[in-house]
Design a binder for this molecule. Structure first.
Ligand code: TRH
Length: 405
């Protein structure tokens, strides 16, 4: 596969033969789509780029089907993109055969069949115990470097390692497919791609000089405040909103109850047009991010995809107790702005902070100061993905990590 990053080429020593045995990834959908979004993306990449046979165990296929519409939530087992997707839950016994790697995503509790199998192997076939990892949430905080890769001894006496994604060489890296930037550049270099996408989504009335913004956020008062400000814009603004939580914040602006909105609906609010979109698969969502002038994203995975889209963005981080998420936001803003001129970094950080704090007045002030289509900010957004990757993506670091165990 062609790549812009030499270091992302599959190393010769990581052949199919080395990793003939399958990997298992267990995912519990806590809420939203991030848990399944991350594990599905990683599973696809391991299958496509490393020829690893992956079993992705998921407890909630209904949620999964929002980001993989072709999935049948009624089936216990099915294959997509070379990944074996298996439905599991805590009640039903599953038949589990250990492979060479076992990934527990985001500290989800493994089914007893899996832990019992590991304990048995410890007594009978020590050499067949899989490398056991807990894939953690992404954070740009400093402490992540010190915790990445640490072993922890389980009650069974077995060792589980903590695998932390992150933005520096000493962490587990960031999920990014080898050919993604080539695909993105091809898409963005030909304007007809974005027009064809808008056409496919049934979006009408978007002209070349209009501003197009995608919106995939949680509830926040900052969003309606921004929209009210955009309503008097001299340039028409189109908001592409996949049906979901962002709309809950807009009830005062909508002509009907939020539950009555249908995909394909367009709502005209002076200079702003709200376009209600269906959710698509992950590739379709990438294309949407590549096609917009500015993206509002959230959580963990769409946050990363907005960075890979090389466009300016607002990150609505997943809210945590005692506002801990604001510490994580600050940590990310610091790394993102490391090479950004202070006169751009300041309004961009303030904009992100006020969006997350739901501030209705500050958000408008900061938006006015940002000039999101200012060339140096666009250049930074374009350069950033290579800086963030630090020469190796998460899957390639993960494969190396497993090999070194
Ligand atoms: O859905 P999220 O809010 O998920 C969150 C976060 O991961 C958070 O950290 C976690 O603690 C919580 O879940 C439980 O946001 P996120 O992470 O961006 O995941 C959304 C996924 O949905 C991502 O993989 C992109 C995908 N997606 C599509 O595939 N198609 C779409 O149309 C859209 C809008 C999203």
């Amino acid at each position: 596969m062609k790549t812009t990053l030499n270091t992302q080429v599959t190393p010769a020593h990581l052949t199919n033969k080395t990793y003939a045995k399958h990997w298992d990834i267990f995912c519990v959908v806590v809420d939203n789509y991030g848990d399944i979004g991350v594990t599905w993306r990683l599973a696809k990449q391991l299958a496509a780029e490393y020829s690893i046979q992956v079993n992705l165990w998921v407890d909630d296929l209904n949620s999964f089907s929002h980001i993989l519409p072709a999935l049948n939530p009624q089936l216990n087992q099915q294959q997509f993109a070379g990944v074996n997707i298996i439905h599991w839950n805590k009640v039903t016994e599953i038949s589990f055969i250990a492979g060479s790697v076992l990934i527990e995503a985001f500290a989800c509790e493994l089914p007893s069949s899996a832990t019992n199998t590991l304990t048995q192997l410890k007594h009978t076939h020590l050499d067949q115990i899989p490398v056991w990892l807990n894939l953690e949430y992404l954070s740009a905080e400093d402490w992540v470097e010190g915790c990445h890769g640490l072993p922890s001894t389980q009650l069974s006496g077995l060792i589980k390692h903590f695998y932390f994604p992150g933005f520096s060489v000493k962490t587990g890296g960031l999920i990014c497919e080898q050919d993604l930037f080539v695909q993105r550049d091809n898409w963005q270099n030909d304007n007809s791609n974005k027009l064809a996408l808008f056409d496919k989504l049934g979006l009408s009335g978007i002209e070349a000089h209009h501003i197009v913004i995608s919106v995939f956020s949680y509830e926040t008062n900052a969003l309606p405040a921004l929209i009210k400000h955009w309503q008097v814009s001299t340039t028409p603004i189109h908001l592409l909103i996949p049906k979901g939580r962002s709309l809950n914040s807009l009830s005062a602006l909508l002509p009907c109850h939020v539950n009555e909105l249908v995909t394909g609906q367009q709502i005209l609010l002076d200079s702003v047009t709200l376009h209600i979109l269906p959710m698509t698969d992950q590739q379709g969502y990438d294309q949407l991010l590549w096609s917009c002038d500015f993206n509002i994203v959230r959580g963990e995975d769409s946050f990363l995809r907005a960075q890979w889209a090389a466009k300016p963005f607002i990150w609505h981080i997943y809210p945590q107790e005692d506002d801990y998420h604001l510490i994580k936001l600050q940590a990310f803003m610091q790394v993102y702005c490391d090479n950004l001129a202070p006169d751009l970094a300041k309004p961009w950080c303030e904009l992100n902070l006020s969006f997350n704090q739901g501030d209705q007045i500050d958000i408008v002030n900061h938006w006015q100061k940002l000039e999101f289509n200012h060339l140096p900010l666009l250049q930074h957004a374009k350069k950033w993905p290579m800086t963030a990757l630090n020469d190796a993506d998460l899957a390639s670091r993960l494969v190396q990590f497993v090999k070194s165990r």
